[in-house]
Design a protein around this ligand. Structure first.
Ligand SMILES: Nc1ncnc2c1ncn2[C@@H]1O[C@H](COP(=O)(O)OP(=O)(O)OP(=O)(O)O)[C@@H](O)[C@H]1O
Ligand SMILES: [Mg+2]
Length: 451
């Protein structure tokens, strides 16, 4: 075979290997090919691209005068930039804005920059006055989300839960955002998000409480690790009574510790108590909150009002007592009944999966940012698990949690069942875990039955 043929075969082989690496190992592909190629493109076209996107400013009088002396025209000046530094999923470049420029100008041109440099997305983040960060994302990181690396697991009640589209992890921190609302149409990925949350918490010293009025079908697989489970509105009502009692007892404890004595501590929440005396945090997960609000008769209405009042109390006061709420539903508006909007207002964290109309998106994100609500309505149905996460500071981003099957989640709960903390008040609500029987009750038929 001639040399040319060998070269052609080699080139084809390298191209095939790179195509496989790109598909299977996008991070490796980014380091080998993507980062060098994009960096070269950015460096070579920086001034021209900034100019084409309207992000340059006229040259200073000094530059204009110098250029005139050599018989040239001074070119417009782009913002000063740092070297493009690689990140796990793209690259980051720090920019110093020229006088008269604002981050909004760069935000408006983000899509143009993305096309010019051939990257998946460009995100703009103001860092300090006059400076910002351009974060280029090399590929669609939300297409296939893997669980975070171990080192990302940080303090108790803090867990990296979903990957943001800029390549960072969205970290759920219960101590800064005590209560959260998860909204989304049916089959949008709410339960998978909850599964990730429960499995993350299952490995921590936390009491997990479930309220699932869909006869417990969503939360039943977590039974081995749950301290309490209510699967009917009546049980949920009783469980909420106990949780309010627990909260009151914790406040009494905080008050007593603040009194006189050698080990008196001044604190207004459980986190200020010495570790030995500190009660274990409780995370209450409510799947399909609308079921709690349904009422068919006068008695149901009474029970509903009582439950909503207790949930509002837990949301208002629970943080200081180390009791946190994670509420999940398809819609959460005033039409649910009295107290619904008041309860919603207490849920600081907002996660909105795909919704079918803007009204539903507004229930989760309307009071955060109108663009965030619009982004939630644009999530395609073939991308379950993608959600818009907002916080009360007005910031929001698109995220997706790793796909966790029910079997894997159940296995995590079985493995961590020994970590259920002691909380005697909840003992009567501890779900019964069925023991695997030695022999199947119904023997499988070996032959087709004939008449
Ligand atoms: N993060 C994800 N990555 C990949 N696939 C996902 C993800 N989240 C959900 N899915 C897929 O979408 C399907 C529906 O998800 P899920 O059961 O969580 O929806 P849901 O919103 O809880 O629906 P429902 O309201 O009917 O309970 C899952 O079976 C799974 O295959
Ligand atoms: Mg579900």
């Amino acid at each position: 075979m001639s040399n040319a043929l060998w070269m052609l075969l080699l080139a084809l082989l390298v191209a095939a290997v790179l195509a496989v690496v790109r598909r299977r190992l996008p991070v490796l592909f980014w380091w080998l090919v993507g980062y060098p190629a994009v960096t070269l493109r950015v460096l070579a076209t920086y001034r021209a691209t900034m100019d084409a996107c309207g992000l340059t400013v006229p040259a200073s009088a000094m530059r204009r005068a110098t250029a005139r002396m050599v018989g040239r025209q001074a070119a417009p000046v782009p913002p000063r930039r740092s070297l493009p530094l690689p990140t796990g999923s793209g690259l980051v470049m720090r920019l110093r804005m020229a006088a008269g420029q604002a981050p909004e100008d760069f935000n408006a041109s983000a899509d143009r920059l993305r096309h010019a440099w051939g990257v998946h997305a460009v995100h703009v983040r103001p860092t300090k006055p006059g400076r910002l960060e351009l974060r280029l994302v090399g590929w669609d990181v939300l297409a296939d989300v893997r669980p975070p690396r171990r080192w990302l697991r940080t303090e108790p009640l803090t867990l990296p839960l979903a990957l943001r589209e800029d390549g960072h992890w969205h970290v759920r921190d219960f101590r800064t955002v005590p209560h959260e609302l998860i909204l989304g149409a049916t089959q949008s990925g709410k339960s998978v998000y909850l599964r990730n949350l429960l499995c993350g918490l299952a490995r921590q010293p936390v009491a997990l409480v479930g309220i699932d009025c869909k006869w417990g079908v969503e939360l039943a697989p977590f039974r081995p690790r749950l301290s309490a489970l209510a699967d009917t509105p009546d049980r949920a009502n009783d469980l909420l009574d106990v949780l309010v009692d627990e909260m009151e007892a914790r406040f009494r404890l905080i008050g007593m510790r603040g009194g006189a004595g050698p080990d008196a501590v001044l604190t207004s929440d459980v986190w200020g108590l010495p570790e030995k005396a500190r009660p274990v945090p409780v995370v209450v997960v409510v799947d399909e909150v609308a079921e709690l609000f349904l009422a068919a008769s006068k008695d149901d209405e009474k029970r509903r009002d009582a439950m909503v009042t207790k949930l509002i109390r837990l949301a208002q006061l629970g943080r200081a007592a180390g009791i946190y709420l994670e509420v999940c539903g398809q819609r959460f508006g005033a039409e649910l009944g009295r107290g619904a909007t008041m309860l919603r207002a207490q849920l600081t964290g907002r996660v909105c999966h795909r919704v079918n109309d803007e009204t539903s998106a507004n229930m989760a994100l309307g009071d955060i940012a109108p663009e965030a609500a619009l982004a939630a309505t644009r999530i395609p149905a073939e991308r379950p698990g993608v959600a818009v996460v907002g916080d009360s500071s007005g910031g929001w981003s698109r995220v997706r949690s790793p796909h966790l099957t029910l079997e894997d989640a159940a296995a995590v709960c079985r493995d961590t069942s020994g970590l259920i903390p002691v909380l005697p008040r909840l003992d009567t609500f501890r779900p019964v875990v069925p023991q695997p029987s030695a022999a199947p009750v119904v023997q499988p038929a070996t032959r087709p039955v004939t008449g």
